[in-house]
Structures are given as structure tokens and as C-alpha cells.
Design a protein around this ligand. Structure first.
Ligand SMILES: [Zn+2]
Length: 407
């Protein structure tokens, strides 16, 4: 995408007819597109409207400066913030009714005074209804069982997402949805709050006023919680507090940036979390990756080359009965009109679920390498991420070609 060319060729819109309609249409378009943010920014010559989607910006509109005040005022009215205040930043919230899905969508708004006027940024918050449950997270059956079993106890559960933007919030909230918030005290520390969940105490951290994951966690444990979700472990203090919370009988859910399930243990040891505490606090690590899904409109049976089939069998042999490895059928997609338009919707996740059983404890205590831990975990029936991807290829949801890229 060439943003400079996009902005050049777009004409400046002078007559908006009706600002109310214009803004409603803008919200609708943003949600239709699956955008996460709407930026309304005054420049020297026009009001620039951009969407952020999957991390990238797209240019939506250029509006003549004479409309700026009407647009900003309308947004302020909708979000119930002060209309006459334009010297200081303000925060508000808009509830927009999205007809296509027959649901309300919360939009968090913030304003900031800039050189050419107030800039308005809106974050589109997805609603509870769009959240999924454990069964819909693309976990294979054996892993669903492992996750369910692990959630029965009060322990520390980690989720690893590589790379960033691999949908960790969907998984985290999918796990959280497993619990009835009326039967438990569920509290979260988030940055930012992306989904609103009824009866869950969600709290937004604000590092600028020293309300961080670690200071927040200290306060949360005094709130009589059952389940605590910390958006991300970034430092030793948060990691240590999370371990302590797990050891005092709380279920703690959180995420960390590493590149494998076994690497997480390593990462925490490197953060100077005491190995003996880690060994008893940690129960499960889910490593996940966003993956290309086959287009349902054009997928077709696809015979593998001999060497590909051999690789597939080598990978699956340790975990699948021999006779089940005969006559394997795989699919592939050919680009069609549907997927050309909507390829970004065809996504699934692949996982590696590591359960910290007794067999891992001595390795954690001895601070062994991630590789050593991984080897032992595989010997104890951990499905590797390659095997997981191959299972999904066998379910005709992705291709062998994609799965083998992981090796
Ligand atoms: Zn297609």
C-alpha cells in the first residue's frame, strides 16, 4: 500500500451534507473493515481520517477544514465530554449501535490539542458477544482437555504469543470466559481494555501515574480475588508477584513475549524468578501463532510429493497409530474471488500446550535449557506446534506446505 499516493489522489470533501450521518457512516465503515482505531486529525489543509487495522494505517478521507468544528463537536456530544474544552486532553466513551450484528459497540474516545486543532482518536472495543470460548480457539481436542484440566486448579497459567498481534487477547478472554464471573471474583489489569465483559472487574493500568502491572497486582491481591488476569509480564517484579499470587491459591492468567512454550520458563528464570517457586506455581504454558486458513470456497484435494508425505509421516508417527498414517488426504487452495477479497478473514491458530508436570520440575530447579525442557515435554506427549499445524492440515483447514514452513 502506498500511503503517499493514496493521500495525494483523494479529493478534499467539502460538503458533508449531514455531520450526524457522516459520523455514523464512519463508525459503520470502521467496524465493517475490522479496524481497531479511528484517527481524526487536523492538518494544515484538511481534516485527515485514518483507520488502523491489524497494526497498519489506511487512509479513509480528507475533509475540508470548515467541517472540523462540526465533526469534533458531534464526537464530543456523543462521548459526553466538555464541548467548550479544547485546551486540555479529554477521555470519553461512545456507544454505537452496529446494525449488521444487531449489537452495541463501545468506542473509547480521547482528544488531544495539536497545532491545527483537536485530534480525536477512537478505539473500537469489541463486545463480550464477539468473544469466543475455549472450544472455539482452534485447540485440538487433546489440548482442549489439557487446558480444561489445568483450569481446575489454582495455578499460574501463561500464554505466549509470537509474534505480537497473534490474537492473544482472544485466547486469554476465551479462557476467562470458561468461568462464570458471578461465581468468582475475576479481576484484570489491562493495557488497553479491548473487550468489555460483564461482571468482570477490568482495570486499565496507567504507568504515567505509577499504576502499573506490578503496583496494580499488589492492590488486586487485597481485593479477595479468585482469578487474576495480568495483561503482560514485562519485569521481575510483576513476575514475582504473579508467582506469589499463584502460590497463595489464585488462578493467574497472563502473557509474556517469548518464542516457545519451553522458552517461557527460561525467560522467567532469566528474570530472576526463583526456580523452586516457579516449579510449584506454574501449571501451563500455551504458545500460539496466527496461521493461514484454507479458503472454504476454493479449497481442493491436493496430492503431496513423496518427500512431503515422508516428512508428514515422520512428524506424526510418534503420536498417531501406524494404520492411521495410510491414505492421508490433504487440501490446498487456489485463489478465488472470495479469498482475494477477504483473505485476511481466513485465519486460525496453531498451538503448543505445555503442562508443567512433575517431570519438568527437576529441570526447572537445575535451570536447564529450553531445549532440554522441550525434549522431555515431547517425550511426555506434548504436541509440538508443527504436529499441531499438520493436524490442522489433516482437518483440511491449512496446507502441509504452510505447516512444513515451521521446521
Ligand atoms: Zn478462495
Amino acid at each position: 500500500m502506498d500511503l503517499d499516493a493514496d493521500i495525494q489522489k483523494l479529493p478534499i470533501k467539502k460538503d458533508l451534507w449531514d455531520v450526524v450521518d457522516y459520523i455514523n457512516a464512519l463508525f459503520k465503515k470502521a467496524i465493517d473493515y475490522g479496524a481497531s482505531d479511528i484517527h481524526v486529525e487536523p492538518t494544515e489543509d484538511f481534516l485527515l481520517i485514518r483507520f488502523r487495522k491489524d497494526g497498519d494505517f489506511m487512509i479513509i478521507d480528507k475533509v475540508h477544514p470548515e467541517n472540523i468544528s462540526a465533526i469534533v463537536t458531534r464526537l464530543k456530544v456523543l462521548s459526553k465530554i466538555k464541548i467548550d474544552e479544547n485546551k486540555k486532553p479529554q477521555d470519553g466513551k461512545i456507544v454505537y449501535f452496529y446494525e449488521a450484528d444487531d449489537m452495541n459497540v463501545d468506542i473509547r474516545l480521547s482528544t488531544l490539542p495539536t497545532t491545527y486543532g483537536e485530534k480525536v482518536v477512537m478505539r473500537i472495543l469489541k463486545q463480550d458477544a464477539s468473544l469466543t470460548n475455549i472450544e472455539a480457539l482452534w485447540l485440538i481436542d487433546i489440548n482442549v482437555e489439557k487446558v480444561r484440566e489445568a483450569l481446575k486448579s489454582n495455578y499460574w497459567i501463561m500464554l505466549v504469543a509470537w509474534p505480537t498481534g497473534s490474537g492473544k487477547s482472544t485466547t486469554l478472554f476465551g479462557i476467562l470466559k470458561h468461568f462464570n464471573p458471578l461465581a468468582y471474583n475475576i479481576s484484570t489489569l489491562e493495557d488497553p481494555i479491548e473487550y468489555n465483559i460483564e461482571y468482570v472487574n477490568q482495570s486499565q493500568v496507567k504507568p504515567e501515574i505509577w499504576y502499573t502491572f506490578s503496583t496494580g497486582l499488589r492492590s488486586l491481591v487485597r481485593q479477595d480475588p479468585d482469578i487474576i488476569m495480568v495483561w503482560e509480564i514485562r519485569d521481575k517484579e510483576t513476575a514475582t508477584l504473579a508467582v506469589e499470587a499463584a502460590l497463595t491459591w489464585h488462578l493467574v492468567l497472563s502473557t509474556i513475549h517469548t518464542n516457545s512454550a519451553a522458552g517461557t520458563v527460561q525467560r522467567l528464570i532469566n528474570m530472576w524468578v526463583e526456580p523452586f517457586l516457579l516449579a510449584s506455581a506454574m501449571k501451563m504454558v500455551i504458545s500460539q501463532r496466527l496461521w493461514k486458513r484454507l479458503c472454504q470456497s476454493c479449497k481442493k484435494e491436493h496430492p503431496l510429493k513423496d518427500y512431503e508425505m515422508k516428512k508428514v509421516k515422520d512428524f506424526l508417527a510418534p503420536i498417531v497409530e501406524k494404520d492411521q498414517l495410510e491414505n492421508l488426504v490433504f487440501y490446498k487452495w487456489e485463489w478465488c474471488d472470495v479469498c482475494r477479497q477477504t483473505w485476511y478473514k481466513w485465519r486460525l491458530w496453531i498451538h503448543e500446550v505445555l503442562i508443567v508436570w512433575d517431570f519438568l520440575e527437576p529441570l526447572i530447579l537445575n535451570k536447564e535449557s529450553a531445549n532440554a525442557m522441550r525434549t522431555i515435554a515431547i517425550e511426555n506427549w506434548m504436541i509440538t506446534i508443527v504436529q499441531d499445524a499438520l493436524f490442522k492440515a489433516l482437518m483440511w483447514e491449512t496446507t502441509v506446505e504452510e505447516a512444513l514452513k515451521l521446521i
